[in-house]
Design a protein around this ligand. Structure first.
Ligand SMILES: [Zn+2]
Length: 63
């Protein structure tokens, strides 16, 4: 999968990585953002992670 991190102040972008690798990035770099999404949307943090992962997926190769 290709990922382009959905958080606007983050430049993380990787092609051909596994979802788990992106998840690792989220947990290391965006724990606070994920917590505030979970709180705001009243959803469990793992659901906030899943949504962020799917929003960060890129389906075409970007240069
Ligand atoms: Zn990021």
């Amino acid at each position: 999968m290709n990922f382009n991190c959905v958080f606007s102040d983050c430049n993380y972008k990787q092609n051909n990585i596994k979802e788990e690798e992106f998840l690792k990035h989220l947990r290391e770099e965006h724990h606070n953002e994920l917590e505030s999404i979970a709180k705001k949307e009243e959803i469990p943090i793992n659901m906030a992670e899943m949504i962020t992962v799917s929003n960060s997926k890129v389906f075409i190769n970007s240069p």
